[in-house]
Every structure is written in structure tokens, then in C-alpha cells.
Design a protein around this ligand. Structure first.
Ligand SMILES: NC(=O)c1ccc[n+]([C@@H]2O[C@H](COP(=O)([O-])OP(=O)(O)OC[C@H]3O[C@@H](n4cnc5c(N)ncnc54)[C@H](O)[C@@H]3O)[C@@H](O)[C@H]2O)c1
Ligand SMILES: [Zn+2]
Length: 371
């Protein structure tokens, strides 16, 4: 296994600051970073069944440092972000005698990260945790920033807490085992950082996205480091999403969420695919409102097509009318006093939060989109 010295990015949050290490082969070296946090005690590792190979690598690295570990292996999938799994996980962690000063390791995608982070936010009123994200989405987005949550019957991510990890370890090589569809979906969140405020990075994605998805590790590592740095900056500026800066990360998510809701949050349209289609719709809507040059909206759609992500309703196989899709938006948790803030664009890299969008205009716009 190759190893390079990699990149370290710090999330600057005063006393809650933490490093994010990014390096090829880092999982096999994780013990170097975890030993100081283990304090000679047994470490709990929470993961899912698809990650048994990576779990073995991690446990071997810990054993190499004389650190014993206990694995808690959960069922893969969004269904694990539930009250039932949370209860099961907390009971298991309490059985292991986890103390406030311990650090639980979350080894997995965004599901494991969100669930373990929330369990650690409430276990003994807050214990430590470490993120070792294994999906591209988790490496560039969910493992950084301290948002944790589970889903309930009323919707996704409605029960949760802000709880920052103590450390994030990112090994781009673990993506070799990620299914290509999941890799592509995670890539939508990478491109999102370019669309928000970084047109040069969007241009880099246009030039390199296809090769990155085809397996080029150097390009992959560059994209991860660039994305993590962008997220770290945004989180440091607005940790609890109070000033509007952190809300920029929701670009494409209001439209995307409606499409995900329409498909029942199923495998028909996974999150990153919804985000891709949602970004395309946000740019098309911005262009239709005269806010954004139509050529910029066309560039966004063209890039999604170039890498095999949905560029709108037809590609996402969404057929219902605008009123029905807007109805899903009315249940969005960002809805405040009857209005829904939208991320719109004045161009590529020029996203802003608009609180004046009329949902009937959105419905009319959606009705006009090709099915
Ligand atoms: N906290 C945040 O800020 C934040 C941000 C974005 C998304 N999220 C949450 O993240 C979740 C989605 O995350 P996700 O896309 O990683 O989903 P996921 O955790 O379900 O992972 C996707 C699939 O890939 C598998 N997998 C992960 N890594 C693998 C690897 N290296 N090799 C083989 N298989 C692997 C998983 O077992 C799963 O089947 C959602 O619940 C979403 O709400 C949270
Ligand atoms: Zn997302």
C-alpha cells in the first residue's frame, strides 16, 4: 500500500478545533493518530456490514499500537439512522463502558457518521468521536462540520445535534471499493463547492471530473482536499448555520430534496443524484428569473451529462407536476414563517440565499421543464 505525507486541514472552532488528515493509505496508519486518543483503553469502532475489509485494516493498525478494539457492525443503509438503531448503539456503547473522555470511531459513509455522531452527542451528555469517512460524500461533506442526526417518520435528519469530532481521517484509497454509482453521487457534492463560490474549481471539475470518476487517485485526492478546505472555511465562519454562510452548502438541496421525497428516498434516486438534478434546476430557475446567464445554467447541465449524473427532471425520471413537487418543499425543515429560503445563482460560483422566492413561481417553472 502506498502512503504519502498527505494534507492536513484544520477546522478552526476555538477550543473545538480539529484536524482533518487526508492521505493515501492513511487507514492502515490510523493507529498513529488514534493512539493518543485511546489512552490505553479499548476503542469502540462502529461501522456497517459493507466495510468489513476496511474494519480489519483499521483494527490491525490499532493492534500494531497495542490498542484493543471492539467493533459494532450495523446494517448498511439509511434505515440505520433510526431511533431503534440509536437505542441499540447507545446500549452497546454503554455495555462497553464508554466514558466521556473516550473516543468512538465512526468508520463508514454518512449514515454511520451521522448516527455515531449523534449517539456520541448524547452518550453521557457527550463523549468524543472520530470520523473515518469511507464514501466520497462522507469524505467531502458529512464527516466535516459536526452536524449529526437520525431520521424519524416525520422526515430526514429531524432529530440531531451539533457535535464536532475530535479528528477526521480521510484515506482516498478506501473509495476503491465504493460502488461506482455511490462515487458519482458523492462527486455531485464536490462540484457543488465550485458552483457555490469557486468558478475556477468548477472549471477544474469540467476538465478532470470524468478521469477522477474513472479512478485517478491523484485527481480524487486533490478534489477531496479542495472540498474539505471549502467546507472547513464555511463551517468555521458559521458553525451553527445562523448567519446564512453555512446555508450555501444547501445549494441544489431544496429542489433535490423534493425529488428525493417524490421517489420515497429510495434507490431510485440517491442523495447525490438528487443534488445534481437539484443544482441544475436551481441554475435553470435562476436563469428563468433573469438572474443568471443561461449559458452558465447550460454549463452545469452539460457537466452532469458528461459524468452521468441527472441534469434535470427527465434524467431523474420525475414526472409529477410542479404543484406536487412544491408540496414536498413545504415540508422542508428550512421552511420558516411560511417562506422557504432558496439558494439561487447569479452565475457559476455566485450563489446566494434568496428569501423572497414565491413557491407558486417555482411550481410554474417546474411545470415548464421537460419530463
Ligand atoms: N452531517 C452532515 O453534514 C451530512 C451532510 C451530507 C449528508 N449527510 C447524510 O449522509 C448520509 C448519506 O451518506 P452516504 O452517501 O455516505 O451513504 P451511506 O453511508 O449509506 O453509504 C452509501 C453506501 O455505500 C457503502 N459504502 C460506504 N463506503 C464504502 C466503501 N469504501 N466501500 C464499499 N461500500 C461502501 C455503505 O455501506 C452504503 O451501502 C445521509 O443520511 C445524509 O443525510 C450528512
Ligand atoms: Zn448533500
Amino acid at each position: 500500500m502506498t502512503r504519502n505525507s498527505g494534507t492536513t486541514i484544520t477546522v478552526n472552532l476555538g477550543a473545538r478545533s480539529y484536524p482533518i488528515h487526508i492521505a493515501t493509505g492513511l487507514l492502515a496508519q490510523a493507529g498513529d493518530h488514534l493512539a493518543p486518543l485511546a489512552r490505553g483503553r479499548t476503542m469502540a469502532i462502529v461501522t456497517d456490514e459493507n466495510l468489513r475489509g476496511h474494519l480489519a485494516t483499521l483494527q490491525a493498525s490499532l493492534a500494531g499500537h497495542g490498542i484493543a478494539s471492539e467493533a459494532i457492525v450495523l446494517a448498511p443503509g439509511e434505515g440505520s439512522k433510526s431511533w431503534a438503531t440509536l437505542e441499540h448503539l447507545c446500549d452497546r456503547l454503554l455495555d462497553l463502558g464508554i466514558e466521556r473522555g473516550d473516543h468512538v470511531v465512526a468508520l463508514g459513509g454518512g449514515v454511520i457518521g451521522d448516527l455515531v455522531g449523534f449517539a456520541c452527542a448524547i452518550l453521557k451528555r457527550g463523549c468524543g468521536f472520530v470520523q473515518i469517512p469511507t464514501s466520497l460524500l462522507a469524505q467531502v461533506d458529512s464527516s466535516v462540520g459536526g452536524k449529526t442526526a437520525i431520521n424519524t417518520r416525520a422526515g430526514k435528519n429531524l432529530i440531531g445535534a451539533f457535535h464536532q469530532p475530535a479528528l477526521v481521517l480521510i484515506d482516498p484509497q478506501v473509495l476503491d471499493t465504493l460502488p461506482p454509482r455511490e462515487l458519482r453521487a458523492g462527486y455531485a457534492e464536490v462540484v457543488k463547492y465550485g458552483l457555490i463560490d469557486d468558478p475556477a474549481f468548477f472549471a477544474w471539475c469540467e476538465a478532470n471530473g470524468a478521469a477522477l470518476l474513472a479512478g485517478d487517485v491523484a485527481l480524487r485526492t486533490h478534489a477531496i482536499a479542495h472540498s474539505v478546505a471549502a467546507k472547513a472555511r464555511i463551517v468555521a465562519a458559521d458553525e451553527h448555520e445562523t448567519t446564512g454562510t453555512r446555508a450555501l452548502l444547501n445549494l441544489g438541496h431544496t429542489f433535490g430534496h423534493a425529488l428525493e421525497a417524490e421517489t420515497g428516498f429510495s434507490q431510485a434516486l440517491i442523495h447525490g443524484e438528487g443534488v445534481a438534478a437539484g443544482c441544475a434546476l436551481a441554475f435553470d430557475f435562476s436563469a428563468a428569473q433573469g438572474l443568471c446567464p443561461p449559458d452558465d445554467a447550460a454549463r452545469v447541465a452539460a457537466h452532469w451529462r458528461a459524468v452521468g449524473l441527472p441534469d434535470g427532471l427527465a434524467a431523474a425520471r420525475i414526472t409529477p407536476d410542479g404543484a406536487r413537487l412544491v408540496d414536498h418543499m413545504r415540508h422542508d425543515k428550512k421552511m420558516a414563517a411560511g417562506s422557504l429560503p432558496f439558494l439561487l445563482a447569479r452565475g457559476i460560483g455566485r450563489t446566494y440565499l434568496d428569501r423572497t422566492v414565491d413557491l407558486t413561481d417555482v411550481a410554474t417553472f417546474l411545470d415548464g421543464r421537460p419530463r
